[in-house]
Write a protein that binds this ligand. Sequence first.
Ligand code: FEO
Length: 400
Amino acid sequence: MENLLSVPIKDDIYYVGTNDRTTPLFEGMWPLPHGIAYNSFIIKGEKNIIVDLVRVNTVSVYLDKIKEILDGEDLDYIIINHMEPDHTSSIKAVLDIYPNAKLITNKKAVALLESYYDIDDNIEVVKDGDTLKLGDREFTFYMTPMVHWPESMVTYEAATKTLFSQDIFGGFGTLDGAIFDDQIEFTKRYLEESTRYFINIVGKYSQQALKALGRLAALDIELICPVHGPVWRDNPKRIIDLYTSLAKQETIDGCVVIYGSMYGNTEQMAEAVAKGLVKGGLKDVKIRDITKTSNSYLLSDIWRYKGVILGSCSYDNNLFPPMDYLLSEISHQRMKNNYWGIFGSYSWSGGALKTLKKYMEDGKYDVLETQPEIKGSANDEEIETLIAFGEEMAAKILNK
Ligand code: FEO
């Protein structure tokens, strides 16, 4: 009979993950308009093994799925690849029912198990490259530090050519009826949500991600089981290629103009700049209002577009506060493949452009020397200057 709650994957590997459609912000910061899946897997055999857990807010559904698959048998092991609570906060509930389960993880995770959950026994520690036989299955562990936390690791089963990749190859978005890559249209929502997930969660560690991807390239992988997003059984190369491209921050020939405006004057400057970008030959131009767009989407745009233009009104002698917050996030991301442009509105005090200029200089960003500033609303001459500024950026992007 078909499993009602869980999904068989391959050779007694089962999907027992859960969907979360109620949490509005991942990590309290990143919008989840399409929710998120917490993927967990059970491997049955001489020993029953869970690989990665789920967030505690979905534990009730999760326990039902585990019980369905184990069907009265005990749970022998839990492999913990990553300690972030979206994958571990259900651990006490699971151990309450299966107290004999031994935890398999690495030394760095041991400290976190104690600090987060006061768990300090029945743990077997593995090191990078270790192979461990658990019943009739054999696993090899590879440390992937800072992708996404210091203790992060992946687990590989050579017999089934399966990589349990934790956050690597994950994406935002629930799994709606389908869990496999060949059951979904990856060009649409899932592609956007995987891209945004990488940039928001993994982007700042892209160098470590490239290192991890380099190591994983040596493995013969037929199946990828990440802890978020679809399970890759048909075309794992597709998600590997996407992650590799994102980790390299391969940009596209386009420009995002992000502005902060109180009364529309800075917005009109952005409109003129965009006109210049298009006049200069760019077809992919986007204007974003910083006051109503989460940094999650702004950072994604900045990561992907070769050109980034920031425009801010002055607010109390300084930058518009939402722009200040965005700049602090940009600093964390350590983006390196963009051309930058800045402009500002003086209001009654000035300050915005001055602060943007200092930020660009301090961070050694590749910024255009033309940096328009207006007082009040832009006159015809200033509009022409802003259009020319957009054209200048387009020429730089298109290498004209
Ligand atoms: Fe999905 Fe870094 O946790």
